[in-house]
Design a protein around this ligand. Structure first.
Ligand code: 8YV
Length: 325
């Protein structure tokens, strides 16, 4: 019987489907597996359902001679050495689309939370400080009518941009390539990177992590942004140089930040932790129950298809099909 390893426990019934046909081993702790637990748990597997936190590297792939598919439960897959997997005839799949709108919603939750100081205000009430109303109490910044900048106009960036029309905002975006479909759909205007920095009131990072985006936002970029601007990151942590962001926020170079992802996740730069003008979330961009169920369902379907000798829909290395295992 073929073995499937699932590196975390997921809500919903999808993983149960696999148990009808395969030996299924699920890492059931409420924490991530250590490297050793990952390698031991996955040993002998034909399929692995992994997350962004599992490093699916050469060592991992070499230890699993029967591996046919790495089904990464998430849209990002920079944790997988895709080139090596391809070389070894291993399919890699991800779970796009189902989490697009959910992650875009969270980007907006961060925009509002930072701009209107929602977390600070909640803490203020809970800690018993709300004794009287005052006109300058917890003043934030308007969102409506401002300029939204989107860095990374893929599925999630476009969904973030689409929401801006309800707030009467102008939308600029920067992307490796122009996205004319999105321009038509959202009214967004393509901007070179310096213009995006200079004109955005809210700058949302929604791009994947790659050589072109790693470390793209640092002290120099923050200095080009408006002092009143707010940066939001729902993409990947290492796109921002976190210590430089903490310094910029501390010194008032920019006004605020909302982060869902971090440079060395789950570590957070200590410089950010005491800043009132930041809202820090534990990578919950796609963490809505329905979405999580859809993600694991998609990841399981990819495994079912691959182990049946078929081609999963969301294969990120289709060239592997030319060199089947
Ligand atoms: C996931 C994400 O929760 O899809 C992604 O790329 O960052 C999140 O939606 C995470 O990747 C789990 O693997």
């Amino acid at each position: 019987m073929k073995k499937v390893f699932v590196s975390l426990e997921y809500p919903g019934e999808a993983v149960g489907r696999l148990a009808e046909k395969y030996e299924v081993v699920v890492f059931r702790e409420e924490r991530l597996p250590t490297r050793r637990e990952l390698l031991e748990g996955a040993a002998g597997s034909s399929a692995v359902i992994s997350t962004v936190a599992d490093s699916i590297d050469r060592e991992f792939i070499d230890l699993l001679p029967d591996l046919k598919i790495v089904s990464n439960c998430g849209v990002g897959y920079e944790n997988v050495d895709v080139a090596y997997a391809t070389e070894k005839g291993v399919m890699v799949t991800n779970t796009p689309d189902v989490l697009t709108e959910t992650t875009a919603d969270l980007a907006w939750a961060l925009i509002f939370a930072v701009a209107r100081r929602v977390v600070e205000a909640d803490t203020y009430v809970r800690s018993g400080k709300f004794k009287t109303w005052h006109p300058s109490l917890l003043m934030g910044r308007n969102v409506h009518g401002k300029t939204l900048g989107v860095f990374g106009m893929g599925r999630i960036g476009s969904a973030v941009a689409r929401r801006a029309s309800g707030f009467g905002m102008k939308v600029l975006y920067h992307n490796r390539r122009r996205n004319e479909v999105s321009e038509k759909e959202t009214g967004a205007e393509y901007a070179e990177f310096p213009r995006l920095l200079e004109e955005s009131d809210f700058l949302v990072i929604a791009s994947p992590l790659n050589d072109g985006t790693r470390g793209r936002f640092g002290a120099e970029e923050f200095r080009k942004m408006k002092r009143s601007s707010i940066i939001v990151n729902v993409g990947r942590g290492p796109i921002i140089k976190e210590a430089e962001l903490a310094a910029a926020l501390e010194e008032g170079v920019i006004w605020g930040a909302g982060l869902d992802v971090y440079e060395k996740e789950p570590e957070v730069d200590p410089g950010l932790l005491h800043l009132p003008n930041t809202v820090l979330l534990p990578h919950i961009g796609s963490a809505a129950r329905e979405t999580r169920e859809d993600m694991i369902d998609m990841a399981v379907t990819s495994v079912e298809l691959a182990l049946d000798g078929k081609t999963p829909e969301h294969i990120v290395n289709p060239e592997v099909l030319e060199r089947p295992k």
